[in-house]
Structures are given as structure tokens and as C-alpha cells.
Design a binder for this molecule. Structure first.
Ligand SMILES: [Mg+2]
Length: 438
């Protein structure tokens, strides 16, 4: 193990802090000193102040063995992005099954500790910690606890500093929680600091370049790569992390940590901007905008499609669609005819000229989407589809009236049409696309 605070390892931190970095800390023995009464394990004032500064310039989370509510209380007001409790189980993997397991274990454990004065069971609903720090018979108490724990079914026993942790077998551990939060908070790298046995689940991930692991106190058997000499040195580490990022901000500027909601919105605006830009480029190169081409592609696939059905497929109000259809008709790309069974409905089909455009074409929105989809695994596509559907549903339910949406859409479509207007007789779209077949 190497001392992360030594001058020789400063470069390691500097390199890491220039990435989209997640800082993750254990609580007891790492951010807070270990004390006899776990309830009194609080951050020193200096640590609090440093942590409050750190959360303004990094994404910071805490992954603790404590119950989440307990750890949250102790970290209130410091700007920590997430507090994961119960060694990785809370909040996202807490289940009734885990509660039932812990309840089932309690009578056995209560009986086991009864003869030992000073041994306490901390029932954290989803796991149990048995503390023997205050016992005068530490060795005997520990042996008895381990014997009782070993007899429990579906239990994972993890030792600690004068504590035995008993967790439901197969429940997510701190390593699982760290990876989940790194993904969720859209970070590429992570730095984790911990001091005890359950932190080894993170240290054991062994992801050079993506994860830097630091143990509080050097220990030969630990899987952590680096160490800080003792708990007090956490302040030096926090101070160093603040310094290196502030300095790097003068040179290489790391991307700002927007947070989950703003970061997602920024992405969506990015997509919207790219769609508008590509649509304009398509209009210049091909003579049709992105929305117009989408209509051509859908009608080409379903000749005779009613206009109302097309509006549903495009998630727009029928009046919004009218502008697009009129423009395509003017360009002799689309034909509308009355439905013989219901004169109020109009059925859509492509003209011969329109069919020329109904082929895969470079430089279109759909070509870009196809390219992006092809390099994305199916499971991620499924997840993206779910998120986009959910956003659309929530936005749709958030009070904006349909007519309000229609006005916005109509205005945009009409403005697009204005840009696209050409003198009558000009036979744009003039450049039939170079087709690659359907
Ligand atoms: Mg700890």
C-alpha cells in the first residue's frame, strides 16, 4: 500500500480530479472518529467544513454501515448527493425479505448476547450490528457472537472494529452500491475511502484507472491500493482534493457537476439542439426537414395511413401535423385523399416523387439515430426507452393543456415552413437522395 498523501502520489490525485469523479466515503472510522458510543460518532468541525466545501466542487456520496436515516441525520446540510445505508442495501435494495430475515435472526442473537454485559445489538431493520466494544470479555463475547451468527441461515457475517455485522446473504454490498451510484450520477471514475472489513467489498473491485481505493490505516491484507495514516488524516485528504481541483480549474477545466436532474435536462436540450441543426441541414441538402422526412418514412411504410393515426405516432396534435402535410403536398411528395368509408378522415400515401425520398439516406436524423442505436447494447436501449417514455408521460401530465402544446408546435412548424418557402414552380427538393436501399 502507498500513502496517497505523499508528494510522490500527488499526480495520481491530480489526474483523477480532472475526470468526472465521484468521491465516496465510509462514515465511522473514516469521516468520523470511532468513539465508544456510536450515537456520539460525529464529524469534527474541520471535517464538516471541508466536506461542505468538497460537495460544492465534486459529486460526493457516503456509503455507511449505519441505517440510512441515522447517517442522513449526521450528514444533514452538507450537500452530500446520496447517503447509502446498511452497507449498500438502503435505499435502493431494501426489501421486505431482508426485514423478515433480520426479524428471524433476532431471538437467536438476543439469547447469544444476554450473558455479556456491554454487548449491544444494533438492529438496523435490514441488517444487524453487534457491538462488543464496551464488553469486559471481548474475546469471549466475539467468539459467542460468531458462533451464533454462523448458525443462522441466509446470513453473511462480516467482522469489523469490535463489531460483528450480519447481513442478508446475497444483499448488495458496498462495492455494488459504489458502482450503482457512479453510473447513476454519470461519473466515469470514483475514489473511495474506508477503514473496515465491509469496505473491502469496494477495495476488491480492483478497477485500475476507474477506481482509486484508500484505506484509513495501512494494512497488509487489505485490497486497497492506497492508505492515509489514520482517521485524523482524512482532513488532509479532503483539503488536498479541494486544492487539486481548484488548481486544475485554472488549467484543465473539469466538467461542472450539474447533478442528476440538471445534467439530464442539459442532455435533452443537447439532443433537441442537434435535431434542429440536423433538420436545417437536411432542408438545405435534401429539401425536406427532419419532421417532414419522418412523415415520408412512416407513410412509406404504411400507405393509406389515416392522418389522425400519423399524428398519434408522432405524438403531436393533428393541427400541428397539418402544416407538415401541406408542405409535403405542395412539393408533390405526399397525397391526401378522403377515406371512402368516412369522408371526414383523410388517408395518406406517397407520390412517385415521394417514394424516391423513402430510402435510407446519409446525413439524416434517422441515419444518426441508427448509428447511435447500433453501438448501444440492447439492455441500455431498453432503459433509455423507459426513461424517455416516463419523462414524456410526466411532462404530458404536468398541466400543460393540449392546446398550449399545439400552439408551440404549430408555431415551430409554421416557422420552419416559412424558411422552407420557395417560389412556385421551383422543383425542390431538387436533390434526390443517394439511396442505400431500404
Ligand atoms: Mg467504517
Amino acid at each position: 500500500m502507498k500513502n496517497i498523501l505523499s508528494q510522490a502520489n500527488r499526480d495520481v490525485l491530480e489526474e483523477l480530479t480532472c475526470s468526472r469523479l465521484l468521491l465516496a466515503f465510509d462514515y465511522d472510522g473514516t469521516l468520523a472518529p470511532i468513539v465508544t458510543d456510536p450515537e456520539r460518532a460525529l464529524l469534527r468541525r474541520e471535517t464538516r467544513e471541508l466536506l461542505a466545501t468538497l460537495t460544492k466542487i465534486y459529486q460526493v456520496i457516503v456509503i455507511s454501515g449505519r441505517a440510512q436515516a441515522d447517517a442522513l441525520e449526521k450528514l444533514r446540510g452538507l450537500g452530500v448527493r446520496e447517503v447509502v445505508g446498511n452497507h449498500g442495501i438502503e435505499p435502493r435494495h431494501a426489501t421486505d425479505h431482508h426485514i423478515a430475515e433480520v426479524r428471524r435472526w433476532r431471538p437467536v442473537l438476543d439469547e447469544c448476547v444476554a450473558p455479556f454485559k456491554g454487548v449491544t445489538i444494533e438492529d438496523k431493520t435490514f441488517s444487524v450490528a453487534i457491538h462488543y466494544r464496551q464488553s469486559r470479555e471481548k474475546k469471549k463475547a466475539r467468539a459467542a457472537i460468531l458462533r451464533a451468527a454462523a448458525a443462522l441461515s441466509d446470513a453473511r457475517v462480516v467482522g469489523g472494529k469490535q463489531v460483528v455485522n450480519i447481513l442478508p446473504e446475497g444483499a448488495p454490498h458496498k462495492g455494488v452500491a459504489l458502482e450503482r451510484e457512479r453510473n447513476r450520477l454519470d461519473c466515469d471514475t470514483a475514489l473511495y475511502v474506508g477503514d473496515d472489513e465491509t469496505d473491502e467489498d469496494v477495495f476488491a473491485l480492483d478497477q485500475p484507472g476507474r477506481l482509486l481505493t484508500i484505506r484509513v490505516g495501512a494494512k497488509r491484507s487489505s485490497a486497497a491500493t492506497y492508505y492515509i495514516p489514520n482517521q485524523r488524516a482524512i482532513d488532509d485528504l479532503l483539503r488536498t482534493l479541494i486544492e487539486v481541483r481548484r488548481r486544475s480549474a485554472l488549467g484543465r477545466v473539469p466538467p461542472p457537476a450539474l447533478g442528476e436532474v440538471l445534467g439530464f435536462m442539459s442532455l435533452m436540450w443537447g439532443v433537441d439542439h442537434a435535431l434542429q441543426k440536423t433538420s436545417k441541414r437536411m432542408e438545405t441538402a435534401l429539401g425536406v426537414t427532419g419532421p417532414q422526412r419522418l412523415v415520408i418514412r412512416i407513410v412509406g411504410r404504411f400507405p393509406g395511413l389515416p392522418a389522425g393515426e400519423l399524428a398519434k405516432l408522432l405524438h403531436v396534435h393533428p393541427s400541428t401535423l397539418t402544416g407538415i402535410l401541406k408542405r409535403l403536398e405542395r412539393q408533390s411528395l405526399l397525397r391526401r385523399r378522403a377515406d371512402p368509408r368516412d369522408g371526414r378522415r383523410s388517408l395518406l400515401s406517397l407520390t412517385d416523387r415521394g417514394r424516391v425520398f423513402d430510402v435510407e439516406t446519409e446525413g439524416t436524423v434517422e441515419a444518426a439515430i441508427q448509428q447511435a442505436l447500433e453501438r448501444t447494447p440492447q439492455e441500455k436501449l431498453r432503459a433509455a426507452r423507459e426513461v424517455l417514455t416516463s419523462i414524456a408521460q410526466v411532462l404530458g401530465n404536468s398541466g400543460s393543456s393540449e392546446s398550449g402544446c399545439r400552439d408551440d408546435e404549430s408555431a415551430r412548424t409554421q416557422s420552419g415552413s416559412r424558411h422552407a418557402r420557395r417560389p412556385a414552380g421551383v422543383s425542390r427538393p431538387g436533390k434526390p437522395p443517394s439511396g442505400r436501399g431500404r
